[in-house]
Design a protein around this ligand. Structure first.
Ligand code: KG4
Ligand code: ZN
Length: 361
């Protein structure tokens, strides 16, 4: 490993879901050290993430991971330029653990603190990996989100489209559960689909060809459930049937994402000069089949390596770099937020809604 740029290293902490992650990233876009601990065994028997268990596990693991990263980089807290932590959106218990740890380190060592929006971490990853210039078009596809955004600058996002019901990662996870492929669902569906016939099940392509750039996955999810009940009414489907349904589902998602992105590229091109860069980010962007489908569009596709698409702390440390460079630091009194949309339209919806009103943003 080459030496990090002196005194520019930021410690990033990510604890918004079931990955406890820590990373050190310098101002020259070098990931100096990183750790991602997926809490698979803690949650597997429940078939999904249990928020209270996740928060407790973050508490157990976090200080050890920080110590490991600093030791690997041969750095102490005094050598750091700042601390960045996810302050939302996410499972609030876990977010509180990570943000509080970061604030305590910042206070004890008199370091700048940056409260990072987890979605901004995903959104800016392509600038860490590929030095992409603003503005660019972003397809953000994760367990909780499915959005098309125009990324104008750090902190300036305009929404072109969003899901009106489920997130695409959620659809992958539900499909995996229905097909008995276990948890986590996305990678399991992708693996099964490799051995399947994508033309066998004629599944719907919600929103395909509709005006605008919004998404919908609820109808597809229902169709997958009905097909799964037909092939294995007692949860006893044959392996080939499972692979065929996984492949048919993934192909339907691919068709929808390609259609929606094609429209967003047109909208984006009308508003900005020059060739369009399409960045994909979030856990679902790790899917190689979907990456291949999106590569066929008329835009320069930037897809970070799969390990930086799923939750990690390098993206949080990098968002910290981008913010610190612009003087955008936060006070230690900033409160963690379970919901925190990137774009002003969705922020306005949250502002009007009561907590827990079930607003999808
Ligand atoms: O960004 P992420 O790690 O966490 C959130 O912020 O939500 O995304 C997790 C989501 C899960 O729904 C997971 O099933 C999905 O990303 N995912 C995938 C793949 N890897 C992770 N979906 C499809 N194919 C994959 N290879
Ligand atoms: Zn994420």
């Amino acid at each position: 490993m080459s030496q990090p740029a002196a005194n520019t290293v930021i410690l990033g902490i990510e604890t918004s879901c079931d990955e406890t992650a820590v990373a050190l990233v310098d101002a020259d876009r070098r990931i100096v050290a990183e750790r991602v601990l997926s809490q698979l065994k803690e949650h597997r028997s429940y078939g999904g993430v249990v928020p209270e268990i996740a928060a407790r596990a973050h508490l157990d693991y976090l200080d050890g991971l920080i110590r490991d990263c600093l030791a690997e980089a041969k750095l102490g807290f005094a050598d750091l330029a700042g601390i960045a932590a996810t302050a939302g959106p996410g499972l609030i218990g876990g977010v509180i653990v990570g943000a509080t740890m970061a604030k305590a380190i910042a206070l004890a060592h008199d370091l700048p603190f940056v409260a990072v929006n987890h979605l901004e971490g995903h959104a800016l990853t392509a600038r860490l990996t590929d030095d992409v210039a603003f503005p660019y078009l972003l397809l953000l596809v994760s367990g909780g989100h499915c959005q098309l955004l125009s990324v104008e600058d750090v902190g300036i996002y305009r929404r072109l489209g969003t899901t009106i019901d489920d997130a695409v990662g959620e659809a992958f996870d539900k499909t995996a559960k229905l097909l008995g492929l276990g948890f986590p669902g996305g990678p399991a569906v992708e693996r099964a689909a490799l051995k399947g016939d994508a033309t066998r099940f004629p599944l719907p392509r919600p929103m395909l060809g509709r005006p605008g750039c919004d998404f919908s996955f609820a109808g597809l999810k229902t169709a997958v459930r009905q097909a799964a009940e037909r092939i294995g009414p007692n949860g006893d489907s044959a392996e080939q049937d499972v692979c065929d349904l996984a492949a048919s589902f993934q192909a339907a998602v691919g068709d929808v994402l390609v259609d929606r992105c094609r429209r967003a590229i047109d909208v984006f091109a009308e508003q900005h000069r020059g060739p369009v860069s399409l960045v994909i980010a979030g856990g679902v962007a790790a899917n190689l089949y979907l990456r291949q489908r999106l590569a066929g569009l008329e835009a320069r596709l930037i897809a970070p390596p799969p390990r930086l698409c799923t939750d990690n702390a390098a993206m949080i440390a990098w968002a910290g770099q981008e913010r610190l460079k612009r003087g955008l630091t936060d006070g230690l009194d900033i409160a963690p937020r379970p919901r925190w949309p990137l774009d002003p339209d969705a922020q306005a919806v949250i502002g009007r809604a009561k907590i827990g009103a079930g607003v999808k943003v």
